[in-house]
Design a protein around this ligand. Sequence first.
Ligand code: DHB
Length: 310
Amino acid sequence: DLSTTIAGRTFSNCMMNAAGVRCADDNDLNQIIASPAGAYVTKSATPNVREGNPEPRMKSLPGGCINSMGLPNHGLDYYLNFVLQDQAKRPDKTNLLSVAGTTLEDNLTMLHKVEDSEFNGFVELNLSCPNVPGKPQVGYDFDRVHEILVQVFDFYDKPLGVKLPPYFDLVHFDQIAKILNEFPLTFVNSINSVGNGLVIDPNAERVAIKPKGGFGGIGGTFIKPTALANVRGLSLRLKPEIAIIGTGGVMNGTDVFEHILCGASMVQVGTQFGFEGTRIFKRLSKELSAIMDAKGYQSIADFKGKLKTF
Ligand code: DHB
């Protein structure tokens, strides 16, 4: 049984896509709906359509990738319309609508629209996009995170979670968890890409992508230890009402298993979903089920957060 529960909502499978990869239009989203994934999250939306950064803006690497897409998306109305129509067809399913304003005002405008709509799923408020030139990753400015959440929860009453950047210092885990625990968050999603890496082609003596002089978000196998540290670090610090979605470095069923051991209730797949498409959810489900069978685990709850230490 690979099902999982967050805030009383049951998901048939604990795996889903990560925002940004193959989830930008109806066609992408309908393919996820047709797969064994337990839910989908839509490409992070801004209030209006955005073209994003100039190409090349994504480069695949062995086991990973670098990207600086710059929030190309169809605008909030497009994604809100999609989730509302889907919700009318499948009222028993919960899905995630990702929102990533480049300003506080944009986030509040979008969340008011969602609040005033019939949407009954989860909003994933993205506080960690590294790829808009001149816009810092909000998740690294703790006072700003606090300010945003004060303003959001002043009016927003539906289930909402935040997508966080990776943290690399235990004091930062303490600081962000203290802030997040002040609010009625449904979940935190950890981690977004490891921001502002640099991939170069030594032959051409050139950077791999065009935006920002080649700097971009890193995903894939390289980031799994950082992702697990963040899931574990937050799991140990957040109040139990806040569920954790684990994202980062998931290529196989063992990676999913490890995220759940660290405390994830649900696991998102970005880079490798980009490589494989929706068939990945069947493969990962088989691989996780095999691990659980071998260990005698019948449900996610049997091992969620039960990582052992010396
Ligand atoms: C983009 C990248 C991200 O990591 C993110 O969280 C949002 C948007 C992008 O470049 O489009």
